[in-house]
Design a protein around this ligand. Structure first.
Ligand SMILES: [Zn+2]
Ligand SMILES: [Zn+2]
Length: 350
């Protein structure tokens, strides 16, 4: 008797097949921009420049200490890339990416247009009809600058709230539980953090776009797309270096205006003097305004993570994924008042 292979696919087989295709698709096609070959090439080139410029100094090890190394160790320190934290970065990123399409599309499609319309309507109500300014290059530049400042402010506000409000810190802790910094640490977030950041950036960009659409009487879609491209490229590069183990510093006077990657190294440190500092994404303006700026010294020691007392509760992928739910349950069960929790949170935060 010849047994032929069945053509009928059962639902379980089908689901598993579909899911693995879906996960593969996400992993392969949804690689963060800073890990695309062109960006990696630029990063690699910059790393060579840094190695030559700093003469082998400036690369940190897994403990957050700067030391002089050979080129290979400078680029890929073994203790960082074999660390369990680097592996957890990958799994957290895959989960976050798999869920991302659902809320990115919905949030950008709702928050963006609603914000834009409200801003335009409010300006019309206050100032009457649009002045219909001709958008020359100077205006376009101003539009880009205002977009950046809006984005940075909203980023700062959300980040500040995430550090100070215990229920939000429970989510953001996952980003800070990274014990080493790798290119993927940038995307290391609890999956619940994604919608918050996406809503924030949709709101901030749409806010600026609303103002300028009013001033120019619409017609700035092309400029917005162009500006967003340039902006995301720059943000992509500086954002990537924030989470590399190589300490990149700018002259002190520049760091008073723009966050250097080294300033984000201190943001990830669990030393008390580094807690809740350098909260903005691009500029140092808001950190200066609200007293959270911290400019590190040369080769400053930055032990990464949430500190020896709580780190063992945030080591594996599972621990990081259920962490916020467990914290919330504890908060509810203990009936913690937000103030009491905030004190606890800022003690733990990095
Ligand atoms: Zn943070
Ligand atoms: Zn970070």
């Amino acid at each position: 008797m010849v047994v032929s292979t069945p053509d009928i696919v059962g639902p379980f087989t089908d689901i598993v097949q579909q899911t693995s295709i879906f996960i593969w698709d996400i992993t392969a096609n949804n690689v963060p921009r800073d890990l695309h070959w062109d960006r990696l090439l630029i990063t690699f080139f910059l790393a060579i420049c840094l190695f030559v410029f700093y003469r082998g100094n400036g690369s940190k090890n897994g403990k957050g200490e700067v030391r002089k190394t050979g080129f290979l160790e400078y680029l890929l320190p073994k203790d960082i890339y074999t660390h369990v934290s680097a592996r957890v970065d990958i799994w957290l990123w895959i989960l976050e990416r798999a869920l991302r399409p659902f809320w990115v599309v919905s949030l950008f499609a709702t928050v963006g247009p609603v914000t834009e319309k409200k801003v335009i309507a409010t300006l019309q109500w206050f100032f009457g009809a649009t002045p219909g300014i001709d958008p020359n290059y100077a205006w376009m530049l101003l539009f880009a600058l205002v977009s950046l400042l809006c984005y940075d402010f909203v980023f700062y506000a959300i980040h500040y709230a995430m550090h100070k409000i215990p229920a939000l810190w429970a989510i953001h802790k996952v980003h800070h539980s990274a014990e080493v910094l790798t290119p993927l640490t940038r995307s290391r977030e609890h999956f619940l953090a994604g919608p918050i950041w996406a809503a924030g950036s949709a709101f901030s960009f749409a806010f600026a776009a609303g103002i300028f659409a009013y001033l120019f009487d619409g017609g700035i879609t092309q400029a917005t797309i162009l500006g967003a491209g340039v902006f995301s490229f720059i943000l992509g590069l500086t954002g990537a270096f924030r989470h590399y183990h190589i300490q990149v510093r700018y002259p002190r006077w520049v760091e008073k205006w723009i966050q250097s990657p080294a300033m984000h190294h201190t943001h990830h440190s669990y030393l008390k003097k580094h807690w809740d500092t350098n909260l903005a994404a691009v500029t140092s303006i808001y950190d200066r305004m609200f007293g959270t700026l911290y400019i590190p010294e040369k080769d400053e020691f930055t032990p990464w993570g949430i500190g020896p007392e709580t780190q063992r509760e945030y080591r594996s992928f599972m621990q990081n994924t259920i962490g916020p739910f467990r914290d919330w349950y504890k908060m509810l069960a203990n009936g913690d008042s937000p103030q009491a929790g905030a004190a606890v949170s800022s003690e733990e935060s990095a």
